[in-house]
Design a protein around this ligand. Sequence first.
Ligand code: NAD
Ligand code: WQD
Length: 345
Amino acid sequence: MAPKSVLVTGGAGFIGSHTCVALATAGYTPVILDNLGNSDIRVLERLRQITGSAPRLIQGDVRDRALLDRVLGEESFSAVIHFAGLKAVGDSVADPLTYYDNNVHGSLVLASAMQQAGVRTLIFSSSATVYGEPDHSPIPEDAPCRPANPYGRSKRMVEEALADLHRAQPGWRIALLRYFNPVGAHESGLIGEHPQGKPNNLMPFVCQVAVGQRDKLLIHGNDYPTPDGTGVRDYVHVMDLAEGHVAALRHAQGHAGLVTLNLGTGRGASVLEVVHAFERASGGPLPYEIGPRRPGDVPAYWGDPSLAEATLGWRAHRGLDQMCADSWRWQQGNPNGYDTLAADR
Ligand code: NAD
Ligand code: WQD
């Protein structure tokens, strides 16, 4: 019987915390390793409220080989799900070395420590950013990978390193999961996304406008060749994504080999569609203004999730209205993220 413990690096973060819920629901025991560089320790109490128990937290960095050797040597883990990493495209352009050190070096240290400990089942957080500007959508996994920024290149480098590892040691069980645009929050409203500083991404910005923390949304261009002129993306509910990780884990535990899979809905939605869906969810108008295009933006892309459906028996089933309703519930209840004390200041 495979041990139920799963090491979740970056598990205190947005997608990792939601995946910890899905893991616990599926009967696994998530153990979080996180340096809390972009998350809040108070998420653990929220996870306890949702699942009945708080995952053990090992506060540390995936680049700390001695720590990884200790953690992987002290407890038998059936697998590692590797979320830990930096994810802001703009920051990666300004500071590429930090991104390569954290995302690439961190992943290599982890894989090497896993190899030494004899843990050879790894689920890796990749990103649709590895595709760069696609030739067409929906994007299949065998589309050319032309990442256009250091962040996307860091993800692609790790994908290629893990593919080489698997070629050298075919006994590894590896899933490279390419997420499109994760949004939403757990239906309880107890956990969600709370970016530090001004949000780069659409949904957290919309949430902050809706709750009155920001005046209005600036829509980055409405002159794209899309149905309403605004950018189109494949938004996927974070809980669908979390459940996709459990499905990938189960598949990896039953099949040696390496799979590369898109985790998305297979449908594109425009910025204005998101705005209108959010207005339905919040019951009020969302102030916005049309601004210039954002440099580096791709007009439209969405994924082809059919391989994930065929391989994992997984598909996203939560629609845009639920993504917005769950985001709104989280934002309303936690206008300052987990820093609920700040609400009283
Ligand atoms: P997040 O920032 O909320 O979570 C990442 C977590 O990793 C944080 O808790 C952070 O403290 C931790 N962390 C970062 N570097 C670490 C290190 N060196 N050692 C230990 N912990 C570390 O981000 P997220 O949105 O949950 O994304 C999780 C993963 O999914 C990332 O690898 C990201 O690149 C990838 N991804 C995210 C998106 C998205 O839009 N959110 C899309 C595609 C892929
Ligand atoms: C979505 C749409 C914007 C903000 C990014 C990363 C990618 C991945 C997911 C990590 C676009 C428009 C946005 C705003 C707007 N992260 N927009 N006003 O750029 O598709 O992907 O997050 O892997 O790597 O690149 O997501 O949410 O920034 O933008 O009009 O204030 O919303 O132009 O059309 P993106 P996004």
